[in-house]
Design a protein around this ligand. Structure first.
Ligand code: KIV
Length: 291
């Protein structure tokens, strides 16, 4: 049984923090699930940390569905959130509803996430009306990076802080079950968290959010192009990979790998027999010809 969305609200009410992490593949999802992570986000950050795009904008729905299926196969308990990519919920409400439905039907996840505040409220309401739970995402919304003019902290002025507060309330009213606050000053995130009944999940939004989300590649040191200020490296797996690969290459070059332990034995007599046959063959053939 997977974590139901109602559990997150209960956790907020109990003051129990919610952990969310991204995953994009079967094996990582399995590790996170076994570690007890209750919410796994198949984020469109996939585009940057797993597919090598410059931003999340090129990520397609087919790519997201492909990776969502892998994460669903790798997990049994976590609630899986499919992140709707750029332009799959903007041009019309029916298209947004259809694409959200594809995440559940073809991706196998339980809920979707989409970016945007008040202006997305009607779209969210219609998706939720179809029985598809929606997680909101406000503050720094990377799909709007060209409009925002860069990866900047949002809500620093009184006007933009007020706008974020009303965005959060509009999303709550539209029926989201949780909302991500990305790169929002900690005191504002605290105020928003106290002002809405749904859980807030912060990334670069301070400790007072109801939960935290991080991109797994940042957490594990697997994406080193840049480390965002809000990220903390809990491991340096990129370095560990390079060391392991260097050792493997040395051992292959020096014939230290594979040893008998990594090889499959065979009955010596069979080898002797086929070696004899191999050497006997030409004379057998020529004898046949002579006859
Ligand atoms: O795509 C993603 O990983 C996200 C998180 C940063 C919240 O949207």
């Amino acid at each position: 049984m997977r974590v139901p969305i109602t559990r997150l609200k209960e956790m907020k009410e109990r003051g129990e923090k919610i952990c969310m992490l991204t995953a994009y593949d079967f094996s990582t999802a399995r590790f996170l699930d076994e570690a007890g992570v209750p919410v796994i986000l198949v984020g469109d950050s996939l585009g940057m940390v797993a597919l090598g795009y410059q931003s999340t904008i090129p990520v397609t729905l087919d790519e997201m569905l492909h990776h969502t299926r892998a994460v669903v196969r790798g997990s049994q308990h976590a609630l899986i959130v499919g992140d709707m990519p750029f332009m799959t919920y903007h041009s019309s409400i029916p298209e947004a509803v259809r694409n959200a439905g594809r995440f559940l039907q073809e991706g196998g996840c339980q809920v979707v996430k989409l970016e945007g505040g008040e202006r997305m409220a009607e779209t969210i309401r219609r998706i939720v009306d179809c029985g598809i739970p929606v997680m909101g995402h406000i503050g720094l919304t990377p799909q709007s990076i060209n409009q925002l003019g860069g990866y900047k902290v949002q809500g620093k002025s009184a006007a933009s802080a007020m706008a974020l507060l009303s965005d959060a309330r509009a999303l709550e009213e539209a029926g989201v079950f949780a909302v991500v606050l990305e790169c929002v000053p900690a005191p504002l995130a605290k105020l928003i968290t106290a002002s809405v009944s749904v859980p807030t999940i912060g990334i670069g939004a301070g400790v007072h959010c109801d939960g935290q989300v991080q991109v797994i590649a940042d957490l594990l040191g697997l994406f080193t192009d840049f480390v965002p200020k809000h990220a903390k490296q809990y491991a340096k797996l990129g370095e560990a990979i390079k060391q392991a690969v260097a050792q493997y290459m040395n051992e292959v070059l020096s014939c230290a790998f594979p040893t008998d332990d990594e090889s499959f034995p065979m009955d010596e007599r069979i080898i002797a027999e086929i070696t004899d046959k191999k050497t006997a063959r030409p004379s057998t053939l020529s004898a046949g010809k002579a006859r």
